[in-house]
Ligand binder design. Structure first.
Ligand code: F6R
Length: 620
């Protein structure tokens, strides 16, 4: 978590850094700070607790100048969200300032060592050791002889990062070298933006996309030294590395709120397009299959797959769970789904023909990345289904598919989920066709997929009626979401959306599991959202709804059929259009997202930045 940005150019650094921080705020938002090298040649720091606007107020009151600076927005891991613990951090002399995203696992040992040498620490953070270590190396006797401060600083950073265990993306300023920022990365993302007479370094491209689309993704164990118009990338051992400049295609308009009250609502409403972007150009009707060249698998490879392991976290995991149903049903390949955080530590059984699929919107989630690495180490072929192009997971996989949902800024994932499921459907068709699925079935689903954006739009067009239903339940304290078969993961996702943005205690269950325990909680105040689209299991779902109604629980049913029993048993019914059975998990997710959104808004919650969360979970 945490977001960092550095700027060096001709303009005043502070406003550019603040603007960049605002775009990184989704990565953490409990405190923020900036350091510039001011016109007097000294490092000046401003920090504040809370969101970036609070820091902005401080800077308005106590301005900082200078054309070079680094900045940070924090999601606390070590030490509370206090002013002192906010970044940037400095060493003993104030000569060196750093910002850090990640976790230094051996910080306690390093700190003790540095304290024994007489260094004083003022924060509870793990990051402060980085500033002290760089300063110590920079000022040490051996190095003092060198009269080239830049060479000394580069060596000091290199010596420091080699001592750090854990994950980090850092940016470093030193007031002896007022035209340079040094960055380094291991395990946390860091990307360089090459502008006109300006250079940026940041946790992700959102931070500087208004200024440049020319980027270089740093890899683990790399250091970069930037000036206003040059950069040099090296390994931690200081061997030069040549890197390709890539051109990004995101537009600034895609990042703004475009008139919506919240990013979350904007992203929910973008789903006709984002789902279309996930399948466009990937369906070959003539051959009745999907084209997923990025997987780099031959038909022989696909025929040889004897098991698929899907691993991910949170919403991406739920998308994987939906994928299990469709892949197994169409292709006959057994699929297991596991939390990445469990997968990585449970000694997963990986055989030569096991295919591992990782799913991640950000492509930076620490647990998913670790699961990927574990799977690769065990010899698996690992594929990534990611949204963020060039992200670490995307780059470390053997192959993969981008979901092309566009930037997702709201902390609660919405459009990424429906795009991930869309890609899972294409993947299922692709694998299944190689393994004997009929042309007709494949084409039937693909044709239905082409019409799905219209069905999504019609749910969105009815959002005022979903809002009215949601507002009736604004005072709910506890909620269940229940569904069967491929609606079960959608129930989990509906519950996750509601709990994370409205703070209502919400849990998802397979509907039949209710009677094995959860139903004990049902009373007049308890809300159950039943996911009951038409299916061979509809009668069983109605029986489950009846069990809740008999215990006087409140029921909101989401369905795509007009059914008298459902209407009689439910307090409210949300009716959505009927689509192909394989696509129902996607369409059913939309009213879940809107329901959670409108309840959270009615409860006056911070929808885009819910408490205790961050968009990109780059810590374990
Ligand atoms: C929930 C949410 C999280 C993420 C999870 C994985 O709305 O956003 O549960 O889905 O942290 O993130 P990615 O997909 O970036 O790996």
């Amino acid at each position: 978590m945490c977001g960092i940005i550095g700027y060096i150019g001709k303009n005043d650094a502070a406003p550019i850094l603040i603007e960049g921080l605002k775009r990184l705020e989704y990565r953490g938002y409990d405190s923020a700070g900036i350091a510039t090298i001011s016109d007097s040649g000294k490092i000046e720091i401003r920090k504040q607790t809370g969101k970036i606007v609070e820091l902005e107020k401080v800077i308005n009151q106590f301005p900082v100048n200078g054309n070079i600076g680094i900045a940070h927005t924090r999601w606390a891991t070590h030490g509370a969200a206090t002013l002192t613990n906010a970044h940037p951090h400095v060493g003993q002399t104030g000569k060196i300032a750093i910002v850090h995203n990640g976790i230094i696992e051996n910080y306690a040992t390093l700190k003790k060592h540095l304290e024994n040498e007489g260094r004083k620490f003022i924060t509870e953070t793990d990051s402060e050791v980085i500033a002290h270590l760089i300063e110590r190396h920079y000022l040490n006797d051996e190095n003092k002889d060198s009269n080239n401060p830049l060479a000394r600083l580069e060596k000091a950073v290199s010596d420091t990062v080699k001592m750090l265990e854990g994950t980090f993306g850092i940016a470093v300023l030193c007031d002896d070298i007022p035209d340079t920022i040094i960055g380094a990365r291991k395990g946390s993302p860091l990307v360089l933006g090459i502008g006109r007479d300006a250079m940026f370094i940041a946790s992700d491209i959102n931070a500087f996309v208004t200024y440049t689309k020319q980027v270089i993704y740093l890899d683990d164990n790399e250091i970069v030294t930037i000036n206003r118009d040059t950069y040099q990338t090296k390994t931690f051992e200081r061997a030069p590395v040549s890197k390709d400049i890539e051109e990004i295609s995101w537009d600034i308009d895609e990042i703004g709120r475009a008139g919506y009250d919240h990013f979350m609502l904007k992203e929910i409403c973008e789903q006709p397009d984002s789902v279309r972007n996930a399948f466009i150009g990937r369906m070959l009707h003539e051959q009745a299959t999907a084209k997923l060249g990025g997987l780099k698998l031959s038909n022989k490879d696909i025929l040889n797959i004897d098991r698929i392991l899907i691993t991910a976290c949170g919403t991406a995991l739920h998308a994987g769970m939906v994928g299990k149903y469709i892949i197994e049903q169409l292709s006959g390949i057994p699929v297991e789904v596991d939390f990445a955080s469990e997968f990585r530590y449970r000694n997963p059984i990986i055989r030569p023909n096991t295919l591992v699929l990782t799913i991640s919107q950000s492509g930076e989630t620490a647990d998913t990345l670790a699961a990927l690495r574990e799977a690769k180490q065990k010899g698996a072929t690992v594929m990534g289904i990611c949204n963020v192009v060039g992200s670490t997971i995307a780059r470390e996989c053997d192959g993969g598919v981008y979901v092309h949902a566009g930037p997702e800024i709201g902390v609660a994932s919405t459009k990424a989920f429906t795009s991930q499921v869309t890609v899972m459907i294409l993947l299922a068709i692709y694998f299944a066709r190689v393994r004997g699925l009929s042309r007709d079935t494949a084409n039937e689903i693909m044709k239905a997929l082409e019409k799905l954006p219209d069905a999504i739009q019609s749910v969105l067009d009815s959002r005022d009626s979903i809002k009215k239903v949601a507002e009736k339940y604004v005072d709910t304290q506890h909620a269940f979401f229940m569904g069967r078969n491929d609606q079960y993961p959608v129930a989990l996702e509906g519950a996750l959306k509601l709990k994370e943005i409205s703070y209502i205690d919400a849990n998802g269950y397979p509907a039949a599991e209710m009677k094995h325990g959860p139903i004990a909680l049902i009373d007049e105040q308890h809300l159950t959202v039943a996911l009951a689209p038409d299916s061979p299991l509809i009668e069983k779902m109605i029986a489950n709804i009846q069990e809740i109604q008999a215990r006087k629980g409140k029921i909101v049913t989401v369905t795509d059929i007009k059914n008298q029993m459902i209407e009689k048993l439910s307090d409210d019914v949300i009716l959505i259009p009927k689509v192909h059975p394989a696509l129902k998990p996607i369409l059913m997710a939309i009213p879940m997202q809107l329901f959670a959104y409108y309840i959270a808004v009615a409860r006056e919650c911070d929808v885009d930045q819910p408490r205790n969360l961050a968009k990109s979970v780059t810590v374990e």
